[in-house]
Design a protein around this ligand. Structure first.
Ligand SMILES: [Zn+2]
Length: 312
């Protein structure tokens, strides 16, 4: 990974205007140490380039989202001192209040965007179930486009797919270097709304990043394969391959002892549990830095020191 000066200089030279990045959790569980690691990358790098951080609540899947988790995310961020410039929560201590940073309030906007694409002939109805789809070599669901010419009836349960170009998208990841991805070969045409009427992560995230002026996307490596899909969708939505694309920094995922991705089932490491156990914010920040390999042992860290470590 680039050293502090190179990374920060690089971002400054590549961006037109101030950096805007986001931390975008789903309220489907408590924040855990992996989220804190991600937050420290987002806040650390963005603050170092003099940019703005917004928090967006990705509650596009209403069947899995819970208000209690939404509240807990807010409380845990305040407790850690990770205060965004713009947030979906009212209150002076959380930056500028923007209700639109909560995806469930944007369903009408997402619907309008999809309708615009449909009017241009860029979508089609799909009634495939997850079970009926094949998988790509990475284990992701793959749609072969068969529904494009099937004319699935309007009144049957169906999702909507957006046509994806069949070509390589090339981008320079700030952490991982040059990447080549072909969204059509990865997963086929992109599901924007599923059969239950829920907006998909890919569609809602891309529309929101565009509308909210996000130009620096810092997130875990598990989302690396999504990047070309989101770049392709930006092109389709803006009708141009000349629109500025965001910069990407995909950071390594935190692993547990067995080498697996740290998941929500590691309840012992939820920030909520750590607080109940009497931990301090400094200890949690030190634990996150240790998990991310930024420290070789666990020591308490104050927030400025932690942010500085993650910006190099
Ligand atoms: Zn289909």
């Amino acid at each position: 990974m680039s050293n502090f000066n190179e990374l920060i200089k690089n971002i400054r030279s590549l961006l037109i205007g101030p950096a805007v990045s986001r931390f975008a959790p789903s309220p489907t569980g408590y924040l855990h140490a992996g989220h804190v690691v991600s937050c420290l990358y987002v806040f650390g790098i963005t603050r170092a380039v003099g940019g703005q951080v917004l928090v967006r609540i990705e509650d596009h899947d209403q069947s899995r989202s819970r208000d209690a988790f939404d509240d807990a995310i807010r409380d845990d961020l305040i407790w850690l001192g990770l205060i965004p410039d713009r947030s979906p929560w009212p209150g002076h201590e959380l930056g500028q209040f923007e209700p639109q940073l909560r995806q469930s309030l944007r369903a009408g906007i997402h619907a309008q965007r999809l309708q615009d694409l449909t009017a241009q002939g860029l979508t089609y109805r799909c009634d495939c179930s997850r079970k009926g789809l094949s998988h790509n070599p990475d284990g992701e669901l793959f749609h072969d486009g068969a529904c494009k010419n099937r004319h699935v009836p309007q009144d049957a349960p169906h999702g909507i797919r957006v046509l994806m170009p069949d070509r390589d998208f090339v981008f320079d990841d700030l952490a991982l270097g040059t990447q080549h991805q072909n969204p059509q070969r990865q997963t086929g045409d992109l599901l924007a709304r599923d059969r239950t009427g829920s907006w998909t992560y890919q569609f809602s995230c891309t529309v929101d990043d565009l509308d909210q002026g996000v130009n620096l996307i810092i997130r875990g490596e598990d989302l690396l394969p999504s990047t070309a899909r989101q770049l392709a969708l930006r092109e389709v939505i803006t009708g141009s391959d000349l629109a500025p694309t965001p910069l990407f920094f995909h950071h390594p995922l935190v692993k547990d002892e067995s080498g697996k991705k740290l998941g929500k089932r590691f309840l012992s490491t939820s920030i909520r549990q750590m607080r109940l156990d009497g931990q301090t914010p400094e200890k949690v920040l030190g634990f996150a830095a240790f998990l991310a390999g930024k420290l070789d042992r666990q020591v308490p860290l104050d927030l400025p020191t932690a942010l500085d470590l993650f910006a190099r």
